[in-house]
Design a binder for this molecule. Structure first.
Ligand code: SF4
Length: 398
């Protein structure tokens, strides 16, 4: 239906699918072992959540708007493992979204996938529903590591999944790879990087193993049953990997992300650039204007609330101007584009170049940051400790 607004309200949309065939030993995301009964309840609940949230958007945030006025510019199914959902569930979720919003003609529609669950049939279905980007959780090409991480696939299945995705019509493929893994050597990481590049993806997410929360691998490391490489070696490997990937045509555009042919992940860029995004599913976090919500990270509460017509909100907060300023600094410095200091001054009233002059000069001297007129950018060395550097540049009230 065509709406009343002269130009559509553009949004990004995230759907959290909390099911996995098996739980990886390092994973601290909200996820549960897949169960078909809970899948059905989840799909019913998330459809209810879409009805309520899009209703609020059309009645309160953008009064008088209808489905023709709300346009999804990016759509991202993450998890969990979205590819464990049945064809029926996928069709219902996409149909419900289309009831409430139109898909932009140039929409970036991504789904995450694990190689073993990305069957040719599932990939064709996803493509026919409009998915045009797929992000495979490969993590490693080393069998011992894949097993230790609790992954269900082997190295061969990664290649098979990528070529099945291409045959199904996907020409924007991303691959996740981890470093800082147990028993990692220069040579094993080199093999992993070469294996990813050989698959010729458009995008690579290359990120370090983080052991947070109550995950089994963390306890094995703490008991010294599993050795991890020391931090300085991990930092050194990160720098060499950035160099290797750029030599193979991958632009390093964010701390952990690399793209060829300008195929940057638009969905994640929207988040790093502090644009609005609506989110659905247990544990999903969305921000519309100055309102941010986090859904219950518990499928039981999530389903029960929505069955009673209640939003499953665990946390709601106002993104105040000081919070937005802090996020602008923390998020912009993640990107190779860096921080626009003039814009920060105009929009937030914070003269970072003046207030933090001595620190910026010191960081430049140490090779962590580059200031080029109104741009403040982290170097590859600086990116490895981006959060620490960005925190030190925040205003005094923090
Ligand atoms: S497949 Fe992904 S979301 Fe699922 S347990 Fe493993 S790391 Fe976590």
């Amino acid at each position: 239906m065509r709406g009343h607004y002269l130009s559509p309200v553009k949004l990004s949309c995230y759907i959290h699918v909390p099911f996995c065939a098996r739980i990886c030993t390092y994973c601290d995301f909200y996820r549960i072992v897949h169960d078909p009964v809970w899948e059905t309840r989840y799909v019913d609940a998330i459809c209810n959540e879409m009805d309520i949230r899009f209703g609020q958007l059309q009645n309160i945030t953008y009064p008088g708007a209808d489905a023709g006025d709300i346009e999804l510019d990016t759509l991202f199914f993450g998890g969990g493992t979205p590819t464990v959902l049945s064809a029926d569930s996928w069709s219902k979720l996409v149909a419900r979204l289309k009831m409430h919003a139109r898909f932009s003609p140039g929409i970036e529609f991504t789904t995450e996938a694990n190689p073993e669950s990305a069957t040719p049939e599932k990939l064709s279905l996803l493509n026919s529903l409009g998915a045009n980007r797929i992000s495979f959780g490969a993590q490693s090409f080393n069998s011992a590591n894949l097993e230790r991480l609790g992954r269900l696939h082997n190295a061969e299945q990664i290649g098979v999944a990528v070529s099945s995705a291409r045959s199904a019509g996907f020409n924007n493929i991303s691959i996740d790879l981890m470093y800082g893994l147990p028993d990692e050597t220069d040579s094993s990481l080199g093999t992993d990087l070469q294996s990813v590049v050989d698959l010729n993806p458009q995008h690579i997410s290359f990120y370090s193993l983080m052991l947070e929360g109550n995950v089994p691998l963390r306890y094995q490391v703490e008991r010294r049953e599993v050795p991890l490489p020391p931090d300085d070696l991990v930092a050194d490997r990160y720098q060499r990997a950035v160099h290797f990937l750029s030599e193979h045509g991958f632009e390093h555009y964010e701390i952990s992300n690399y793209a060829r042919g300008n195929q940057l992940c638009r969905h994640n860029l929207a988040y790093w650039r502090q644009q609005d995004y609506i989110a659905f599913g247990p544990a999903a976090v969305g921000t519309i204007g100055d309102q941010r919500y986090k859904n219950e990270p518990d499928i039981f509460h999530y389903v029960r609330n929505l069955a009673h017509g209640k939003l499953p909100v665990a946390d709601q907060e106002q993104v105040t101007p000081p919070k937005r300023l802090i996020e602008a600094i923390m998020l912009s410095l993640r990107l190779s584009d860096g921080l626009d200091t003039q814009r920060l001054l105009l929009e937030h009233g914070y003269d970072i170049s003046g207030v933090r002059r001595n620190l910026i000069d010191r960081l430049q001297g140490e090779g962590d940051i580059i200031q080029d007129r109104n741009r403040l950018r982290l170097t590859t060395k600086g990116m490895f400790r981006a959060d620490l550097i960005a925190s030190s540049l925040l205003p005094d009230f923090v």
